[in-house]
Design a protein around this ligand. Structure first.
Ligand code: NAD
Length: 506
């Protein structure tokens, strides 16, 4: 398939960056900095402020002050600023895409998709400025009018991971803004330049001073202060399960609204009546796209024993053709993983899998030939003979590793798919409509795909997971507005007399 063409190396001039607080670009109070380097080849991308609690406090107070004005800007006008932001992203898409291939490591078509998702989300949420629907209902009393309206909440703390460095900030910041909240944004320390670019474009779109602020720095310093700050009533976090637990615990002190989007251990089920060519394509894309670093990545493949041999040989053949390299090169299928720690963790799971008795079918090693030695590359890895209870079939590896688990029938497949702590995405390949509908009903996940892999989402449907993947909230679609608004019920009594509700008037 021909790839979209991107203008190259436009964005990788060295960045000397600051925090953006109250409409001013400022250094960290400590004056300390940290570096962002490319996982593809070690190139220095930029130098960023290593902020601490003081910087968070300044940003929160700027956001708190801006909130008093922003909440009164008519929602359609707030939406128009999001349209302008979306349009700027359209104009700068090549540049941001290119920066993403360098800073985060995704291959260019996926990086372009990440930016496109932010464009789609910003247009979608911009439109919410003219909706933000509430309800009207009849009253039980005469001459009385009842309605419910969505109210903004205040300052939103948005804490994001590195794996969708433009899309995920948009999932959080666009609905927060259209609903009338202000934002303090803490991007991941592996992708600060992309977080910064996101905020620069919001500023260029005309978002007023203090409405969006960015504070760079680590989870333990910046993130933790944001979560504990008494003037930040909403925290939205996408990250690992462990971070989610810490954030929920720390936010409990102030009874915050905590929105968590956490890990996954997603499975593709391949039944004996599946179209195997389609299934192989779906598995390759879902397990090895973004080097397996999507929260929806398929790190398990549950296969009917009748087609196991055929599927695994076709899959291994397809995977061995994938070429590793920097994301900006046309011939690259699989880019690097995010950093040295991720590479070591992924490799440690290969050892765990072998020790547990699973059969390594392909991969299982770092790739360091030629220029690959400059980055963090891991060969796409497939294990066979995997038992559902093995650690490689239970724990999130977050890399290009997947596990083939044989089953005897569709019921067992669903049981195995559900037999993990996470519940983000799920998928089944079958030609049988009855089996497909049973899977739609019985798979314990926030997303179910029929005859497609586990990855990919559209911005106008809810996105998120069940069980330990989250805490019941959703990103995207109308559902996201529930995170960033509070319901208010309004009763207007125009009878001119004191009518008493909740009294037995019969
Ligand atoms: P992470 O949990 O290490 O970090 C996520 C963010 O939280 C970062 O900005 C980090 O600095 C911050 N953080 C860390 N400790 C904190 C603390 N104590 N208080 C406040 N903030 C803190 O995750 P990661 O490695 O950046 O991302 C990978 C994880 O994200 C995977 O588990 C993946 O499944 C998950 N993820 C989930 C979704 C989803 O929608 N469910 C989407 C993408 C990624």
């Amino acid at each position: 398939m021909p790839r979209p063409q991107y203008n190259r190396r436009m964005a990788t001039t060295l960045r000397q960056s600051k925090n953006f607080i109250g409409g001013e670009w400022v250094d960290a109070a400590s004056g300390e900095t940290f570096e962002s380097t490319s996982p593809a080849d070690g190139e220095l991308i930029g130098v960023f402020p290593k902020s601490g609690p003081d910087d968070v406090d300044r940003a929160v107070s700027a956001a708190r002050e801006a909130y008093e004005h922003w909440r009164l800007v008519p929602a359609p006008k707030r939406g128009e600023l999001l349209y302008r932001f979306a349009q700027l992203l359209v104009e700068r898409k090549d540049e941001v895409t290119d920066l993403m291939t360098h800073e985060m490591g995704k291959v260019a078509p996926e990086a372009g998709g990440d930016v496109q998702e932010a464009i789609d989300m910003s247009y979608y949420m911009g439109g919410e400025g003219r909706r933000l629907f509430g309800q009207t209902t009849p009253s039980e009393l005469r001459d009385k009018f009842n309605m419910s309206v969505r109210m903004p909440i205040g300052v939103v703390g948005a804490i994001t991971p590195w794996n969708f460095p433009i899309a995920i900030p948009s999932w959080k910041i666009a609905p927060a803004l259209v609903a009338g909240n202000t934002v303090v944004f803490k991007p991941a320390t592996d992708t600060p330049a992309l977080g910064q670019r996101f905020v620069e474009l919001l500023d260029e779109a005309g978002i007023p001073k203090g409405v969006v602020n960015i504070v760079h720095g680590g989870g333990g310093s910046v993130g933790e202060r944001l979560v504990r700050h008494p003037d930040v009533p909403v925290i939205t976090l996408t990250g690992s399960r462990d971070t989610g637990v810490t954030v929920m615990r720390n936010g409990a002190e102030n009874l915050k609204r905590i929105h968590l989007e956490l890990g996954g251990k997603n499975a593709i089920i391949v039944l004996d009546d599946a179209d195997l060519d389609l299934a192989v394509n779906g598995i390759v894309w879902s397990a090895f796209g973004t080097s397996g670093q999507r929260c929806t990545a398929a790190s398990r493949v549950i296969v009917h024993e009748k087609v196991l041999g055929e599927l695994s040989s076709r899959l291994v053949a397809a995977v061995e053709k994938l070429s590793l390299g920097p994301g900006w090169e046309d011939e690259t299928d699989v880019g690097p993983v995010i950093n040295r720690a991720a590479l070591d963790k992924i490799h440690s799971y290969t050892k765990i899998g072998v020790d547990e008795g699973a059969k390594l079918l392909t991969g299982g090693e770092t790739a360091s030939d030629g220029d690959l030695a400059k980055g963090f590359y891991y060969r796409p890895t497939i294990f066979g003979d995997v038992e559902p209870g093995m650690r490689i079939a239970q724990e999130e590896i977050f890399g290009p590793t997947t596990a083939l688990i044989p089953v005897k029938d569709a019921d067992e497949a669903i049981r195995v798919s559900n037999g993990v702590r996470f519940g983000l995405s799920s998928s089944i390949f079958t030609q049988d409509v009855n089996r497909a509908f049973r899977a739609m009903r019985d798979l314990e996940a926030g997303i179910t795909y029929i005859n497609a892999g586990t990855t990919g989402a559209e911005v106008h449907l809810p996105f998120g997971g069940t069980k330990d993947t989250g805490n019941g909230h959703r990103e995207a679609g109308q559902a996201a507005l529930d995170v960033y608004t509070e319901w208010k019920s309004v009763y207007v009594d125009y009878s001119g007399t004191l009518q008493r509700a909740q009294i037995d008037n019969a």
